[in-house]
Design a protein around this ligand. Structure first.
Ligand code: NAD
Ligand code: UDP
Length: 343
């Protein structure tokens, strides 16, 4: 059952491409999450009327605080595994709804899989009904534990179908299939981004992903928990860079006929990240090792040639700059020592 948690002001939300919302109406599934809330903010700034749809599984109402004041913003509490209300005319749909952190998506793996598959079907049906353009937040996890390095879009991946990560990886792979089948079958305009590890303001302290874990541990003076040897690699993109990539992909004049990698191609080991976080927080925390989770990918680095050439996009914010902003954010969130820097 959907619940509208903010009613649109009179005259707003009744028409499309009217008044000051000259870009039309965008629906953001997962709009209360880390990336979703940044995307809603950007779309409002760009002149869209924005409807966030979220079940608040990992997203937070306070992520929407800044947005609630905007007359063009509406949030509907709804689980996308159930069909969306039929009378919801939209011009653009962004599907970001899905827990992204391993402990969260593994807590209820069947619901995670349903979110990617049934949720995508429901949003694709909405797009079909209203002839809307639709964006899917896919993931570098579709490459699994990659045997090709760096990973270009043409690499088909190396994914376990039945491990603890499979609900997420295979759910996202199935969603990609659905998106391109809807495009071929019904002519829907689809845009699919394969997102590599992204971090920044509005991550939850208990999110469980590596950047937030390390920063929170360092600020609290706790041991930093490196899983395994720490020699596994990831490439970390700052959220603002990624959102710019979303907008460019969605607005490219021609829809790419395949998913597009979006991420920062500079690769770090997890151990290097731990040391950087200790430096940036001036922390006395120690590094301790914990068991490596099952199927944890050994390496990950995007080949972003397609995005560079066709979207004119590449990340601008280095890991050190991004960590500085994120440390400041968590410091304010945990200790209220400084104002949380917004945008
Ligand atoms: P997040 O967990 O902060 O956000 C996910 C949002 O989706 C939350 O608000 C959550 O409540 C909502 N949600 C989950 N299941 C839902 C459902 N069934 N119905 C309605 N809402 C639901 O994660 P994030 O990092 O902001 O990720 C956003 C999207 O980007 C996800 O789809 C994720 O798979 C994808 N992605 C993120 C990263 C990253 O590094 N941040 C990397 C690859 C892919
Ligand atoms: N990781 C870690 N300590 C933590 C959390 C994660 O060493 O407290 C490791 C994890 O095993 C993986 C990498 O950091 O090798 C990135 O993990 P994250 O969950 O952020 O993303 P993903 O594994 O989905 O890329």
């Amino acid at each position: 059952m959907s619940k509208v948690i903010k009613v649109l002001k009179p005259g707003v939300g009744t028409g499309r491409r009217g008044g000051s919302f000259n870009r039309g109406r965008a629906l953001v599934a997962g709009g209360a999450g880390f990336l979703g809330s940044h995307l809603c903010e950007r779309l409002l700034r760009d002149g869209y009327e924005v409807i966030a749809v979220d079940n608040f599984h990992t997203g937070k109402r306070y992520n929407l605080n800044v947005l609630q004041r905007d007359p063009g913003f509406l949030c509907i509490e709804h689980d996308i595994i159930d069909p969306l209300p039929r009378d919801l005319p939209v011009d653009e749909i962004y599907n970001l709804a899905c827990p992204a952190s391993p402990p969260h998506y593994q807590a209820d793996p069947i619901h995670t899989f349903k979110t990617s598959v049934l949720g995508s079907l429901n949003l694709l049906e909405l797009a079909r009904r209203h002839n809307a353009k639709i964006f899917q937040a896919s993931t570098s996890e579709v490459y699994g534990d990659p045997l090709v390095h760096p990973q270009p879009e043409g690499y088909f991946g190396n994914v376990n179908t039945h491990g603890p990560r499979s609900c997420y990886d295979e759910g996202k792979r199935s969603a990609e299939t659905l998106f391109f089948d809807y495009s071929r079958t019904y002519g829907i305009d689809v845009r699919v981004a394969r997102i590599f590890n992204t971090y920044g303001r509005r991550m939850q302290p208990d999110d469980g992903r590596v950047v937030s874990n390390f920063i929170v541990q360092a600020l609290r003076g706790e041991d930093l928990t490196v899983y395994g040897s720490g020699l596994q690699t990831r490439s970390f993109c700052y959220a603002d860079d990624l959102i710019e990539g979303f907008i460019r992909l969605m607005n490219a004049p021609n829809a790419p006929a395949h998913p597009v990698n979006l991420g920062n191609p500079v690769e770090f080991t997890v151990m290097e990240l731990a040391r950087l976080v200790i430096d940036y927080t001036n922390s006395r925390s120690r590094i301790v090792h914990r068991p490596l989770p099952v199927d944890d990918p050994r390496q990950r680095k995007p080949d972003i040639s397609f995005a560079r050439q066709n979207l004119g996009w590449e990340p601008k914010i280095s890991l050190s700059q991004g960590l500085a902003h994120t440390v400041e954010y968590f410091d304010a969130l945990l200790y209220g020592s400084r104002p949380v820097k917004e945008a």
